[in-house]
Design a binder for this molecule. Structure first.
Ligand code: GAL
Length: 414
């Protein structure tokens, strides 16, 4: 008993004080669900194969808001982790502060300029320097469905908003939870990504969420977006408040709920539960966004430890973008590779569809950064919009008031 206590204390001390062995990397991330942890393990084992140890620094909370708060505290205390999972504008913000290590040598040796999609390079480079290594491309405009429920109720995959509403109504009438959802601001924001795109189309999404155009933010179309959010709210069960996203996914997996609107990290949960796409569950684009891809890419930024990038940081960055790792990791994570040059025949049907759609959307100008996951605006604006979307979802505002608050919140946050 005594020995166990001592061991645990020692382990906790090493983790929190950053006294990792020189050969270790300390990795701050928010991958704590079953599917996420399984994917992270692929990375950990890849590094272990190279003799590099892993100090885990998980900070639970989908979307990474809490992880970013912990990161800020660590850096302020002069104790930055070696490597940090990060999204979009957060990477650029830290790069602007001069906190990130320069990965140009690794990028040049491995041809990142050629193989990493341009949209990702926009967030992985700053002032001509590579400052992060993209590990995947996720996208948020997906719906996940329990195949058994759809079959039992004779529901076809919905292709339009009206069909989606009718499908959810049928599921609710039959006694199922129509829409599995966790009441957390980032989850409501994730649905908002799709609803804005489906309701207003790509030009509207660009104007409102990326350009933050006041007219678009305050428009009648945005009122309709909020009206649709209220419709979705009507299909959520009574216990949604505070529920983690993976528990909502579990409701679809277990046959308690028919649908979930969530990024393709949800697929990692289905796979982790031994389910197969097309048989046990279905994946399809949020109705009305079939031609668009709303993306977010997880990247690992290396914090400057004073001096050159360390051998361990270099090894981690190199491993992350290696072709074999990209396939092995993304198969488990639910995302698609962050390289354009890979044979993805080993991905499952949803993954192959996602990869083809990503390339098509990129070629046709239909690829947009996710507002909810930090690829449309800096954190201050993102968080301000989160607050309005979530307050409306919880009944604090009607749609017209929400639009007014949205315009105000964005103008203050900018
Ligand atoms: C996203 C992240 C994904 C997934 C999700 C839920 O922000 O990009 O990798 O982990 O959060 O935790």
């Amino acid at each position: 008993m005594r020995k166990l206590t001592l061991t645990m204390t020692a382990a906790a001390f090493v983790g929190s004080a950053g006294l990792a062995a020189a050969d270790d990397v300390e990795v701050l991330h928010w991958w704590t669900s079953g599917g996420e942890a399984a994917a992270l393990n692929v990375l950990r084992e890849d590094l272990a194969g190279q003799g590099i140890g892993w100090q885990d620094m998980p900070v639970a909370g989908g979307g990474g808001t809490q992880a970013m708060t912990v990161l800020r505290a660590r850096v302020t205390a002069g104790n930055a982790p070696t490597a940090v999972q990060m999204l979009g504008f957060d990477i650029l913000d830290w790069a602007a502060e001069g906190a990130l290590a320069n990965l140009n040598d690794i990028a040049a040796a491995n041809n990142w300029d050629e193989v990493v999609p341009e949209a990702l390079q926009g967030f992985a480079t700053y002032d001509g320097e590579w400052v992060a290594a993209p590990v995947n491309v996720h996208s948020t405009n997906w719906v996940w469905a329990n195949a058994g429920i759809l079959e039992e109720l004779g529901i076809e995959q919905p292709g339009t908003w009206d069909e989606f509403v009718a499908a959810m109504q049928a599921a609710q009438d039959a006694g199922y939870v129509a829409l599995a959802h966790g009441g957390q601001a980032w989850q409501e924001a994730t649905i908002f990504d799709s609803v804005v795109m489906a309701t207003g189309g790509p030009d509207f999404y660009q104007a409102a969420m990326i350009d933050l155009d006041e007219e678009a933010l305050g428009s009648d179309t945005m009122v309709e977006v909020f009206d649709r959010m209220a419709v979705l709210r009507g299909f959520v069960d009574d216990n949604f408040s505070g529920r983690d996203w993976n528990l909502a996914t579990a409701m679809v997996i277990n046959g308690e709920a028919a649908f979930q609107v969530m990024g393709d990290w949800a697929k990692g949960e289905f796979l982790n539960a031994g389910q197969t796409p097309g048989e046990d569950f279905q994946c399809f684009r949020f109705p009305g966004t079939q031609d668009q891809v709303i993306f977010n890419a997880d990247q690992f930024a290396m914090f400057d430890q004073g001096g050159e990038v360390s051998a361990q940081q270099a090894a981690l960055a190199e491993a992350i973008l290696s072709p074999s790792f990209q396939i092995a990791f993304n198969r488990v994570k639910g995302s698609v590779p962050a390289r354009t040059d890979l044979d993805v025949s080993e991905l499952d049907a949803c993954g192959q569809q996602g990869y083809v759609e990503l390339q098509a959307a990129s070629a046709s100008g239909n690829l947009f950064g996710s507002f909810a996951h930090g690829h449309a605006s800096p954190a201050a604006v993102k968080n301000a919009i989160y607050d309005v979307v979530t307050a409306h979802f919880n009944g604090e505002y009607d749609s017209a008031a929400a639009v007014e608050e949205l315009v105000l919140a964005v103008s203050i946050a900018q």
